[in-house]
Design a protein around this ligand. Structure first.
Ligand code: SF4
Ligand code: MG
Length: 318
């Protein structure tokens, strides 16, 4: 991903241009085959827009996404279809992701049909294998069921099976457990991680919750206001956070008051900035306890490498 920008034009009454929402605003990274990474940040930091741009659902405003060396922008319609088969998508809301009047068999048959698998017996075999892989068994019990007949966890397993059925090289999972009961979250995350390592898939896991990523990702990208502010191996990042925003996220998790509160606080105090008018200089400066007047509110910090392989966009490292 090279200098990616995904902006959305905002119009009032459909025609009056208000400005551009800079959902993704200058992001670059490389993912290796078989790697499990997480993009972490508060809601409204651009994570989902990044995911959807990687999936080819949004066209970048600037910059590009390359897959196996080819830019998505240069693909023909047919090539884009082949690309979509290689990248599976697991959304936040499994019920919303499943067509309500389609039983599990048809949900799983559809991508195969779209990709031209004409043989019915072959489709049936792949559908059963996919259900087996997400541990919905016996298959006979689940094949005729409609989404409303399944629990949230079972629905998400069907969504994962659908993402796997075309044997993708990569899975993008956008908050895959945030709408599920706490009791099934770990199961679903473990399942994704298991499938990822078994199949040597690339897994891009998107979450607002830094406390869950240690077991599910090897590398973390912390996003703030459309940018990646820190990236590193998971242990380095969690044990030696360098960027004040990452430190604030971790402090929010560790806050004993928050732990006692009914709803655990997983975000730092203050509001994330508007992506329509992001703050000048470092975007975190209005919330940053270390902000230096005349520098942080004026000039954008570049990426520094305060520890080997750990990148942080903060003037403190200069
Ligand atoms: Fe805080 Fe300045 Fe670093 Fe931004 S650049 S995180 S405002 S110290
Ligand atoms: Mg989102």
């Amino acid at each position: 991903v090279n200098d990616l920008h995904t902006w959305f034009e905002l119009r009032q009454w459909g025609f009056l241009r208000v400005g551009a929402v800079r959902a993704v605003d200058g992001v670059s990274f490389t993912l290796a085959r078989g790697e499990a990474v997480a993009f972490v940040g508060e809601s409204g930091c651009g994570k989902s827009s990044l995911a959807r741009t990687l999936l080819g659902l949004h066209r970048p405003t600037r910059g590009e996404v390359l897959f196996a060396g080819r830019s998505l922008g240069g693909l023909t319609a047919r090539e884009l279809k082949a690309y979509r088969a290689k990248v599976g998508y697991v959304q936040q809301d499994p019920f919303g992701a499943l067509p309500p009047f389609m039983d599990v068999r048809h949900v799983l048959a559809e991508p195969l049909i779209v990709q031209g698998v004409k043989d019915r017996a072959q489709r049936e075999q792949r559908i059963r294998a996919a259900l087996d892989e997400v541990r919905l068994s016996p298959a006979e019990e689940f094949l005729p069921k409609f989404p409303h007949m399944l629990s949230g966890g079972q629905q998400q397993r069907v969504v994962i099976a659908r993402a796997l059925i075309l044997e993708p090289a990569m899975i993008i999972a956008d908050e895959p457990v945030s709408m599920l009961d706490a009791s099934v979250r770990v199961e679903i995350l473990n399942l994704l991680r298991h499938i990822q390592s078994q199949r040597e898939l690339t897994l891009a896991f998107i979450t607002h919750d830094l406390s869950t990523v240690r077991h599910y990702a090897e590398r973390i990208f912390v996003m703030y206001a459309g940018r990646v502010v820190e990236s590193a191996g998971v242990n380095e990042l969690l044990d030696h956070p360098q960027h004040p925003y990452t430190q604030a996220l971790l402090a929010a998790i560790a806050d004993p008051d928050a732990a006692n509160a009914a709803k655990q606080r997983v975000v730092p105090r203050g509001e994330p900035p508007s992506l329509l008018h992001p703050p000048r200089g470092c975007r975190f400066h209005p919330r940053c306890p270390h902000a230096m007047a005349g520098l942080c509110d004026v000039d954008e910090p570049p990426d520094f490498e305060p520890r080997r392989g750990q990148y942080s966009a903060c003037w403190l490292h200069r």
